[in-house]
Design a binder for this molecule. Structure first.
Ligand code: HEC
Ligand SMILES: [Cu+2]
Length: 353
């Protein structure tokens, strides 16, 4: 019963999210060996929360739902009872008895709603305090999130050495550690929302917001930009993978390493530098563009274009050929490469593990 209620609510609350929900898949598979069949892995049901702020939100959702259900049942029962009990019968003649005012009834419908509103207000205040922290919880991992039309940039300190790890769209975090997110926008207003991990937080240009979560368990957690931000708003998906410390450290070490330099695809790399690609994309040690996603470890990701498609040689080729086919209106133009250029560049990108 509870399950059906949840599904009903979800359909009401977030139809687009529901469409991309699927079943759980081992999270480690994502980090170590990208596979493409789990693009929809993860659960978007916020009743199935997996992080302290999300637990709070789930609790208050149940409280509000419970109170509303009780009110509904009481009001509807009295209504139905009155309709049947006081219906017009054959022997009734003329007007029924007219009753004016009743102190007990009026008192009841003033006092009870006041108490209910008061209880809801206190519970809400408590939830806001737990969910919207003003300072990073102790021991947090600090991650900068920069929202772009229509993809996510992540920057986090390299715990395995110096510098910063810069990646896009797919964040990996350690289980059980608070993640303190600093939210910035490169353009318009976006909103960061991973239903199982936290509530929505707006991302506003020239204004820094924060949010946090702490994954209780390993898994893939999906989310979505939750503030309409233009044509491809619906394809601005979030993907956080929570893993054990060891896997996380390995991910950090890998992400902070230089891009693979494979001599067999040198031609493709040169084309990447000769064509406009390098102006928009960074590949550590090769190019420094920052308008588009960092491609240094492109192939360590499982999705393409912020979740618009699974990442594999076929989709990658289609993307580089004409991103406007896969993600209409996105900010990467079609560079109208000839088939040879396309082959060389895609071969190069495929080595960027
Ligand atoms: C004008 C800037 C610009 C140029 C030039 C450009 N890109 Fe992009 N690229 C982008 C943007 C912006 C995105 C993100 C699109 C989105 O997801 O909405 C992107 C996304 C990508 C992605 C997907 C990354 C991911 O993590 O999903 C790949 C791969 C890519 N570009 C490769 C290339 C290659 C190869 C070239 C040169 C042939 C190129 N780009 C030229 C701006 C550019
Ligand atoms: Cu957005």
């Amino acid at each position: 019963m509870a399950k059906y209620l949840q599904i009903f609510l979800l359909i009401l609350v977030c139809p687009s999210l529901h469409a991309i929900a699927g079943t759980d898949v081992s999270p480690n598979a994502v980090v170590c060996a990208p596979s493409n069949d789990n693009i929809n892995a993860g659960d978007l049901n916020f009743f199935n929360s997996a992080s302290p702020p999300a637990h709070e939100i789930r609790e208050i959702a149940w409280l509000v739902l419970g109170i509303c259900a009780a009110i509904f049942i009481v009001v509807e029962s009295v209504l139905i009872w009155s309709i049947i009990r006081f219906r017009k019968r054959a022997r009734d003649a003329g007007e029924p008895v007219q009753v004016f005012g009743s102190n007990p009834v009026e008192l009841a419908w003033t006092v009870i709603p006041t108490i209910i509103v008061f209880v809801l207000a206190l519970a809400t205040l408590r939830t806001i305090r737990e969910v919207e922290l003003t300072e990073a919880p102790e021991g947090s991992l600090h991650v900068d999130v920069i929202a772009h039309q229509w993809w996510w940039e992540y920057r986090l300190p390299n715990l395995q050495g110096d510098g910063t790890i810069v990646t896009a769209n797919e964040l990996v975090v350690p289980v059980g550690r608070p993640i303190w997110l600093t939210l910035n926008s490169a353009d318009v207003i976006h909103s960061y929302w991973i239903p199982q991990l936290n509530g929505k937080t707006d991302i506003i240009p020239n204004h820094v917001n924060h949010t946090w979560f702490q994954a209780d368990r390993a898994g893939i957690f999906l989310g979505q930009c939750a503030e309409y931000c233009g044509t491809q708003h619906a394809n601005m998906l979030l993907r956080v993978t929570a893993v054990d410390d060891e896997t996380f450290n390995a991910w950090c070490a890998h992400q902070s390493s230089e891009a693979v330099s494979d001599p067999t695809v040198e031609k493709g790399r040169d084309m990447f530098l000769d064509l406009a690609c390098m102006n928009c994309h960074a590949i550590n040690g090769v190019s420094e563009g920052s308008f588009g996603p960092n491609l240094t470890h492109l192939m360590s990701r499982t999705t393409l274009g912020s979740g618009v498609a699974p990442l594999n040689p076929t989709t990658l080729r289609a993307w580089v050929d004409d991103p406007q086919n896969m993600k209409v209106g996105c900010n990467m133009p079609s560079l109208e490469l000839d088939p040879n250029q396309l082959n060389e560049i895609v071969a190069y990108l495929l080595t960027l593990k």
